[in-house]
Design a protein around this ligand. Structure first.
Ligand code: LLP
Length: 408
């Protein structure tokens, strides 16, 4: 296996710890370029969803490439500022934004998505305290089914996000009553994640277009149509043809053009997921009853998606093997039966010390890592310029953990 021009086993030799994450910088650049090309000719803003991967170097790279950012916490806003983002090109989103974080967002001029009645109250109060007008978008829950795992679906009537369509007028009246504190500049919807059917983006956009027209008719200067993120990627590697950023943008292009509006999109996964591998070392192979197991040093602590969402992440040994193939569960050392990276995978039989890579590990993997069982969060590297390996985040150590207790 290779990451750009470097053999993964050579990378394993250079990195003196396991497990670790390794990214291809070229892949992130290519993913961004695919969005930029798809958006050509449309007034637009790419808001990279920092939650997918908050590595400062990756966030800085996306800023350099021209991306804005989507934030879900005050700390993500602080990180975006540390990465040099123009805060006017960031969008602060979420169903439980804290008053102190809202103040910070208004102060720095972020766009803010309104999620509920109380959220609008908090945004108004923050704007009054700061003495600035908050630029807001209303997050609509359009009640369309994105056909994804319930944990990553955000656009149906059971979802905690956004406002029900029928409540729109209440929000418009409340905003009209606060002209000094609030300026309504757009509508937002985010349907869910891992979406592989782009026609639903058009279904949701059509609902939003009606809202934009209604809002403009009531005198609001609507400039932004935000269709959220959510494009899926090819996790299975079985040759399926999945929609591209261009397919996604083309479903709404005519609507955006005819409205004369700026399109905002919020990709996370499709910007970074396929750029990385989570690289492990095999500790041993065992058979128990009727199951075979490859036990590796990485676990659900560093990569929780399979345990949490039954998500499929493709797994390969880092070097070719000529040993007999068998069907294995790939598991970590954590004391939980939910600690697996893959189930029922047909793989050659590795030896202790061999490398095993979990692919497409660039989104929601390191960002969701924990230190459960005191497995410290691993280091991250990227390959830049095709053949240069660089550390982009050091691995955490037990000393980092023990420092939290110093002086207590
Ligand atoms: N915008 C909003 C408002 C969001 O809530 C999200 C993701 C995105 C954009 C980016 O969506 P993406 O393009 O990455 O699908 N941890 C889960 C995914 C959670 C997604 C949360 N919201 C996973 O590992 O699959």
């Amino acid at each position: 296996m290779y990451v750009d021009g470097l053999r993964l086993d050579d990378i394993r030799g250079q990195v003196d710890a396991s497990p670790f994450y390794v990214y291809s910088q070229a892949k992130i650049r290519a993913n961004h370029a695919a969005y930029a090309a798809a958006l050509e000719g449309l007034p637009s803003l790419i808001g990279y969803a920092i939650k997918a991967n908050n590595n400062l170097k990756i966030v800085e790279l996306l800023r350099e490439l021209g991306s804005g950012a989507v934030l879900v916490s005050g700390n993500e806003l602080r990180l975006a500022r540390a990465a040099g983002f123009d805060v006017a090109r960031t969008i602060f989103n979420g169903n439980g934004k804290l008053p102190r974080d809202l103040e910070f967002a208004v102060q720095h001029g972020a766009l803010i998505n309104v999620d509920s009645e109380f959220d609008l109250g908090n945004i108004t109060a923050a704007a009054r305290r700061v003495g600035r007008t908050a630029r807001v978008l209303i997050r609509i829950n359009p009640d369309v089914d994105p056909g994804v795992h319930p944990y990553v679906c955000t656009s149906m009537s059971e979802s905690k996000f956004g406002i029900r369509n029928s409540h729109l007028q209440w929000f418009l009246d409340a905003i009209k009553a606060e002209p000094g504190a609030l300026e309504l500049v757009g509508v937002h919807s985010h349907l869910g994640s891992t979406i592989t059917k782009v026609s639903i983006f058009r279904d949701a956009a059509l609902i939003m277009v009606d809202f934009v027209k209604e809002m403009r008719a009531q005198g609001f200067p609507i400039q932004f149509l935000n269709i959220g993120g959510g494009l899926g990627i090819d996790y299975r590697h079985e040759g399926a043809v999945l929609p591209t950023p261009r397919d996604l943008i083309d479903t709404v292009r005519d609507l955006v053009s005819s409205l004369g509006i700026t399109l905002i999109i919020e990709p996370g996964r499709s910007m970074v997921a396929n750029s990385a591998a989570f690289v492990n070392t095999v500790t041993g192979v065992k058979t128990n009853g009727n199951k075979n197991f490859i036990v590796i040093d990485g676990s659900m602590a560093e990569l929780i998606r399979p345990s949490l969402y039954s998500a499929y992440q493709h797994i390969e040994l880092t070097a070719p093997h000529h040993t007999p193939k068998a069907v294995y569960d790939v598991v970590g050392p954590v004391c939980e039966s939910a600690d697996f990276l893959g189930k029922d995978r047909e793989l050659a039989t590795p030896a202790a010390g061999d490398g095993l890579a979990v692919l497409d590990a660039g989104a929601y993997c390191m960002a969701m890592a924990s230190t459960y069982n005191l497995k410290m969060r691993p280091a991250e590297y990227w390959v830049e310029g095709g053949d240069t390996l660089k550390m982009i985040r050091r691995g955490e150590t037990l000393e980092d953990h023990l420092k939290l207790f110093e002086g207590l």
